[in-house]
Ligand binder design. Structure first.
Ligand SMILES: NCCCNCCCCCS
Ligand SMILES: [Zn+2]
Length: 344
């Protein structure tokens, strides 16, 4: 299986995040991608290719154009406002009862206008990393579309928490959603997005919620008790033409393979029934028992079984890297899904 990877991810570094009221070093760090790349090499998964550069037209198909423009100008606006701090972070949001129909000029306000949490910090190299991550996903999608059975988009930063016009949870452009739309624009009549990250892919759900041509299935921690909290319940089936095309499998803290794999089985049955032309897998491995910010209990030996089950779908697959914060084991677990898919 070929991997697409860009070293430009490394510019998105030295971030920090608010955890329990204090600023701590960001969990979504460059070493994540480096450990995965090293494992791709040591496991001899296949060639590692650089991304082809794309313009932002594919991203603008699933994200609001003003949001993409915002992302590309945050750092310059932040500096123009006289801020010299290491990162731009939102601290004010248009929550219920306030007005979001008018977008303030101040960059501090726009950071909140275009985010759902303070979990998407901007540093000098963020935009370049975000753009390259999207190019990685599009390049890998192109490999699948020209005959590869599967390909691995080693994306960083991740994307599944990014909605049509919001960032958050370490995500800025929704790489998996951009790839799904790209497949739709390049011959696929239907696409299924299977998100196996520990956290609900709220951004991906929001983007496709009213659409019948992209089925979205999420296996994740119950939002009544876990981030991102405000989307991801089992009664969210889609709206309008998309009714019946969105499936959520919220699960409790402590979930292990026995229960988790039942949800995977049901999701795979629903994908089979949908008969998509291609499957995009949002590959998060923060379901791992040693993940520092998550509370499922999958073991490293479970990840190849995930790949094996996805292979049984008998469909072309694009794997798009999402979360996973146990850095020492992230490569073993993420590449485990891929070698399992290959039947190794
Ligand atoms: N105390 C938990 C804070 C969660 N912060 C964001 C997590 C984003 C996961 C992306 S896969
Ligand atoms: Zn996650």
């Amino acid at each position: 299986m070929k991997t697409v990877f860009s070293p430009l991810h490394a510019g998105h570094a030295d971030t920090f995040e608010l955890v329990a009221g204090e600023l701590v070093p960001g969990f979504e760090k460059p070493s994540r991608a480096e450990f995965i790349r090293a494992r791709v090499e040591s496991e001899k998964l296949g060639d590692i290719l650089p991304p082809q550069e794309h313009d932002l037209s594919a991203a603008r198909k699933v994200h609001a154009s003003d949001y993409i423009d915002f992302l590309s100008t945050v750092w310059s606006q932040w500096q123009a406002a006289g801020h010299t701090g290491p990162a731009a972070l939102p601290y004010v949001w248009p929550t219920r009862g306030l007005r979001a129909d008018r977008r303030p000029r101040a960059i501090e306000a726009q950071l909140g206008y275009y985010s759902f949490d303070a979990g998407a910090p901007f540093v000098k190299g963020t935009w370049e990393a975000v753009k390259s991550s999207c190019d990685v996903a599009l390049t890998a999608a192109g490999l699948v579309n020209t005959g590869e059975r599967a390909a691995f988009a080693l994306c960083r930063p991740p994307g599944h928490h990014a909605g049509s016009a919001f960032m958050g949870g370490y995500c800025y452009i929704n790489n998996a959603a951009v790839a799904a739309q790209w497949f739709r624009d390049h011959g696929a009549a239907r696409v299924s997005v299977l998100d196996i990250d520990y956290h609900h892919g709220n951004g991906t759900q929001e983007i496709f919620y009213s659409r019948a041509d992209v089925q979205v299935l999420n296996l994740h921690a119950d939002p009544m008790a876990e981030y991102p909290f405000f989307l991801g319940h089992a009664d969210e089936h889609g709206s309008g033409a998309g009714q019946g095309c969105n499936h959520n499998y919220p699960m409790p803290a402590g979930t292990a393979w026995d229960e988790w794999s039942l949800a995977l089985e049901d999701a795979c049955a629903k994908i089979g029934a949908c008969r998509p032309d291609v499957v995009v897998v949002s590959l998060g491995v923060d379901t791992f028992e040693k993940d520092p910010i998550s509370r499922f209990r999958l073991k490293s030996s479970d990840y190849p079984l995930i790949g094996k089950r996805i292979r049984k779908l008998g469909l072309p697959v694009l794997f798009v890297m999402e979360g996973g914060y146990a850095v020492e084991e992230i490569g073993i677990n993420a590449v485990g899904v891929l070698t399992g898919f290959e039947g190794r």
